[in-house]
Design a protein. Structure first.
Length: 99
């Protein structure tokens, strides 16, 4: 049997979210006092099961990158006042093209 180890990396730190047995919707938290977790680890140690890692780290889309690069409304209004907003928007769009 396979157990899928779901984890995500945030700020360079990997964190286990849960384990999921193959062909189920069940999730097993990483907790030694949990009987399901203990049985899973016993099966893995006995060679009856294996753990397969699944990286659930969110991958930013081009929209996410643009939103982050545009800056706050206040910053954009300030750029409009100083006449630099159109150049800023053009550079953000060039750096983060639509996929």
């Amino acid at each position: 049997m396979k157990y899928f180890k779901h984890y995500e990396t945030i700020d360079g730190v990997a964190r286990v979210k849960y384990y999921q047995p193959e062909d189920t919707n069940m999730s097993i938290p990483e907790a030694p006092d949990n009987s399901d977790y203990a049985r899973m680890m016993e099966a893995v140690e006995a060679g009856e099961a294996e753990i397969v890692e699944v990286d659930d780290t969110p991958v930013p889309t081009w929209q996410d990158n643009r939103i982050a690069a545009y800056g706050s409304w206040g910053e954009q209004l300030d750029m409009m006042y100083h006449g630099t907003w159109q150049d800023h928007v053009a550079s953000v769009k060039a750096a983060n093209p639509k996929e």
